[in-house]
Design a protein around this ligand. Structure first.
Ligand code: GLY
Length: 408
C-alpha cells in the first residue's frame, strides 16, 4: 500500500480534531502545526534521497540550506524528529528519527571544534533517552571523548574554536577562544559520566563551567560572547564578541546559552553558584529596557537601530526551554514567574507573527531568527535550532503539566 504523505495524514488528524467540537489549547495547536510542517520537511528530505540533505535554514535566493555532518547544526533535524515523536506519540516518525540520527554518526569523532555536544546530544542523546538503544549511548560517550581532547588544563576550559594560520580568528588576535555557547556542550560530558561511571568527563565540565563563571560575566549579569585565553599561562587575553554588535554588548543568543547552560550545570552538580548565574542572567534579560513586549528579543540587546532591528526567535526558544527547567529549581513564586514568562514567549512564537503557514518558510516551523548579523549571515530567517528548542520547550511544558496534575 502506498504510504500517505505526512501532509495528508496530519491533515486528516486536524480535520477530525476540528470536527469533534473539542477546543484545543495554544500548545496543542502548536504541536499539531509542527507535526504537519515537519512532516512536509521529512517528505522533502526523503524525496532528495542520499546523501542526506540536512535542512538548516533558507539562503538569500530562497532555497533551503542543507548542512553537512561537520556543521554545528547537523544534529538538530534528527533532534527535532525525536521531540516530535515524543510530543505526538506518532510511531511513524520513529524510523525517520533513527535514520537521520544515524546519518550524522560521524560527528561523534569530530575534534576540530567544540560543538559535538550540540550535534550528538540533540540526535543520539535524545535517541538514547527515548529508546535506550546502547549503540546510541556509545556515540554519546565517543563524542565526549572527542570533546575532551579540546580541554586546556592550564586555563581549565574546553577550547571552542581552532585558530588556523591566516584565518580571520588569527587576524582578531585570538589564541584559544571560548564562546559562551560552549556551556551547551557540557550536558554531553555529564551524560558520559552517567553512562560510564568515569568522572573525568564530569570534572572537565565543572572546570569549564567554573572558569566561564569567573571570566564571561559582567556585573549586570550579562555575558561576553568570546573569552580568549592563553592556553599556556591560563590568562585571559581578550574579552570580545563574534556575533554580537560590540565586544561590550549583550548578544541575545549568548545570554540564552548562558541561562540554559547554567541551568543544566546546576541540575548536574547542585552547585548554587550555577543556579544564581542562570537566574541572574535571566533577570538581566527580563528587566532589559530593550526586551520587546512579546518577549522575543532583538538579535542583540544593544543593537543600535532598535526597534528597527531583526528579532531572534532562536534566542527566545532557548530561553523558554531553559525557564521551564529552571522553574523546577526555585521557590514557588519564582517558579510561577518562570513558567509564565516561558508561556508568554511560547505563545508569541506560536502566533502567526513567528509561526509560518504550513508549506511555507522552507518547511521550517519558526520565522525570524539570526545567525550572525555582523557577518551578514542568515538574518531574519528560519533556523533548524530555533525549531528544535521550540519543540523541546513544548515538551518540557507538557512534562510540567503532567507533574502538576499528578500533585493535585
Ligand atoms: N553556536 C553558534 C550560535 O549560537 O550561533
Amino acid at each position: 500500500m502506498k504510504k500517505l504523505s505526512f501532509f495528508v495524514a496530519a491533515a486528516v488528524v486536524a480535520f477530525v480534531a476540528c470536527n469533534s467540537g473539542e477546543t484545543k489549547s495554544w500548545d496543542d495547536i502548536a504541536v499539531d502545526n509542527a507535526r504537519i510542517q515537519i512532516g512536509l520537511q521529512i517528505d522533502t528530505v526523503e524525496s532528495l534521497g542520499l546523501p542526506f540533505h540536512n535542512p538548516t535554514s533558507i539562503q538569500p535566493d530562497g532555497s533551503v540550506l542543507y548542512c553537512d555532518v561537520t556543521d554545528w547544526r547537523s544534529g538538530f533535524f534528527p533532534g527535532t524528529l525525536w521531540y516530535l515523536y515524543e510530543l505526538t506519540g506518532d510511531s511513524t516518525l520513529l524510523p525517520y528519527a533513527r535514520k537521520y540520527t544515524e546519518a550524522v554518526a560521524d560527528a561523534q569523532y569530530l575534534k576540530w571544534h567544540h560543538d559535538v555536544g550540540f550535534m550528538i546530544g540533540s540526535s543520539f542523546g535524545n535517541g538514547y533517552r527515548l529508546t535506550g538503544d546502547s549503540a546510541y549511548a556509545c556515540a554519546v560517550v565517543e563524542a565526549a571523548k572527542s570533546l575532551s581532547t579540546r580541554f586546556r588544563p592550564n586555563a581549565g576550559i574546553i577550547q571552542s574554536w581552532d585558530v588556523d594560520p591566516g584565518s580571520e580568528r588569527e587576524a582578531k588576535g585570538w589564541a584559544c577562544p571560548v564562546i559562551i555557547d560552549n556551556m551547551m556542550n557540557l550536558e554531553l560530558m555529564f551524560e558520559a559520566t552517567h553512562l560510564t561511571g568515569d568522572s573525568s568527563f564530569y570534572n572537565l565540565a565543572v572546570s569549564h563551567a567554573d572558569r566561564t563563571l569567573k571570566e564571561h560575566f559582567r556585573p549586570d549579569g550579562s555575558c561576553f560572547h568570546v573569552i580568549d585565553y592563553d592556553s599556556i599561562s591560563g590568562d585571559v587575553r581578550h574579552r570580545h564578541t563574534a556575533q554580537g554588535c560590540a565586544h561590550s554588548s549583550a548578544w541575545s543568543r549568548g545570554q540564552a546559552w548562558a541561562i540554559y547552560g547554567y541551568t543544566v550545570a546546576y541540575r548536574e552538580t547542585s552547585n548554587d553558584a550555577y543556579l544564581q548565574r542562570a537566574t541572574g542572567t535571566f533577570d538581566f534579560v527580563k528587566n532589559h529596557p530593550n526586551m520587546p513586549a512579546d518577549k522575543v528579543p532583538y538579535w542583540d540587546f544593544d543593537a543600535p537601530g532598535i526597534p528597527d532591528e531583526p528579532r531572534d526567535a532562536s534566542a527566545a526558544a532557548v530561553i523558554a526551554s531553559a525557564l521551564y527547567e529552571l522553574s523546577g529549581y526555585v521557590d514557588e513564586v519564582k517558579s510561577r514567574e518562570y513558567v509564565d514568562y516561558a508561556d508568554a514567549i511560547m505563545q508569541s512564537l506560536s502566533s502567526a507573527e513567528y509561526t509560518a503557514p504550513v508549506g511555507e518558510n522552507g518547511r521550517f516551523i519558526l520565522k525570524h531568527s539570526v545567525t550572525s548579523l555582523p557577518a551578514g549571515v542568515e538574518i531574519d530567517v528560519p533556523l533548524n535550532y530555533a525549531d528544535y528548542y521550540y519543540l523541546e520547550a513544548l515538551k518540557r511544558k507538557r512534562d510540567l503539566e503532567k507533574t502538576s496534575s499528578r500533585n493535585l
